[in-house]
Design a protein around this ligand. Sequence first.
Ligand code: SAM
Length: 270
Amino acid sequence: MKIDIVSIFPAYFEVLGLSLLGKARNRGLLEVGVHDLRDVTTDKHRTVDGTPAGGGAGMVMKPEPWGVMLDQLLAASPCVGGNAATANAGASVAESTGDAECAVGSAESAATGPLLIFPSPAGEVFNQQMARELATEKHLIFGCGRYEGIDQRVFDEYEQRARVKLISIGDYVLNGGEVATIAMIEAIARLLPGMVGNPESLVEESHEDGLLEYPSYTQPAVWRDRAVPEVLLSGNHRKIAEWRHEQRIARTKRVRPELLTDQTENQQAF
Ligand code: SAM
């Protein structure tokens, strides 16, 4: 999978070189490009924001740098399985449409080309199901907003030429899209084949089948007078599976009752 990220704070993404994500990048499972939006500005102050049309507080991100940057990234996208076009500075999407294998900008690419994701508190709420769907994409481009967000015309423009999604990571407001992008990338990338050592560890996790995970324990058997539940030390796999299933239902009922449906509640332990 290829991921491009556009931000005015590229240093945020240094964490993507750590831990499993860093290893995945070293092994070639994941390719990440981080792009500073200010690099495509043309004025001395590298301006990316302006006052809101119609007045009001704060600043809004100007459309021009986004246009230049996103045109370049779309032109360079490996998109529908063809060869990546060259990311010439200033190359426009229109110029790249001549490449039959990489039909960015065409009607075809609107269905199959790169997916542009703009983190936004006004977007669809991110969840595990969405992470699973996004993990099947070849090329994701994240555009990180700052200030009061990005000029609406950027979304309108690229919706005509590619697939665009506004995604929220929850009902609260962050200062910028960087942390939201990192959270989404981590959730998506850990689902890529070969990413997690034991793929079974993904199956039993919270949100995989609508229930939260059971509580986990390790050694020692007793810590500060708190014992690991006996059943987990019994060696009886059937009983352990039943206990874990009951724990999942009880925890989901207690913490996230809205997740419980007839289907999730009546799932079998094994
Ligand atoms: N004025 C915007 C609104 O009310 O919808 C909020 C702008 S916020 C201060 C700046 C940027 O942070 C947004 O453009 C978005 O990229 C990011 N952001 C803030 N909260 C977010 C959330 N819950 N999920 C995803 N991105 C978020």
